[in-house]
Design a binder for this molecule. Structure first.
Ligand SMILES: [Fe+2]
Ligand SMILES: [Fe+2]
Length: 205
């Protein structure tokens, strides 16, 4: 059945607003994070798995997009927020994970130590890295990994976006490696369908 005119209009308007917001975030990323985005580390980040089905690079982009989106909302509420610090902090927060197997002896050590290592990478990539950005990176794991709590709004934004994006990583997975819970479930469904054979009703849609 054809959708009523007003419903189509609303959907189109929402899609346009979403596209506008995405373009605005991309502009902010390029304006404030170009040194990090163009680095060799960022390229390597798309080759290392993270949160089981995603890559460090895709996780990083998700965290940065979500962080900047939260900043836009905070600004609408007249809450001052430093977007350049958020962009650089979010882009660098997990770069210390790169080469994990050679750096850390256990998952626990990686969890605890990678924020400091990410700060070291960020210092190499960004000239005169502000202290605020260092703190965002160093405290992003809070409340996990014995991390200190964020000491700024910007730090809280990145820490929250990090947790939200970790869930997204698992559900959506990686576009590079074509993984994720959705694909996993799809594969499982295919296996069950095969077991039942054609023409049998497996009870799965
Ligand atoms: Fe992290
Ligand atoms: Fe992270």
């Amino acid at each position: 059945m054809e959708k009523p005119y007003n419903e189509n209009t609303l959907v189109r308007q929402l899609q346009e607003r979403r596209a506008d917001r995405k373009a605005r975030i991309q502009r902010d990323l390029e304006r404030y994070g170009s040194e990090v985005l163009q680095s060799e580390e960022m390229q390597r980040a798309f080759q290392q798995t993270h949160h089981q089905w995603s890559t460090v690079g895709e996780h990083t982009v998700r965290v940065t997009f979500s962080s900047v989106m939260i900043c836009y909302v905070l600004r609408k509420l007249n809450i001052k927020v430093n977007i350049p610090a958020v962009v650089v902090g979010a882009l660098c927060h997990d770069l210390g994970i790169l080469g994990r197997s050679g750096k850390y002896t256990s998952q626990k050590e990686c969890l605890r130590e990678h924020p400091k290592e990410s700060v070291a990478v960020a210092r190499e990539l960004v000239e005169n890295l502000p202290e605020k950005t260092e703190d965002i990176i160093e405290r992003h794991m809070w409340p996990a990994g014995n991390s200190k709590a964020p000491n700024s709004i910007e730090g809280a934004v990145v820490s929250i976006a990090d947790k939200y994006s970790a869930v997204k990583d698992i559900i959506k997975g990686s576009e590079v490696n074509h993984t994720g819970v959705k694909n996993f479930l799809h594969d499982e469904k295919e296996k069950i369908m095969d077991m039942f054979g054609p023409g049998e009703d497996s009870g799965l849609e």
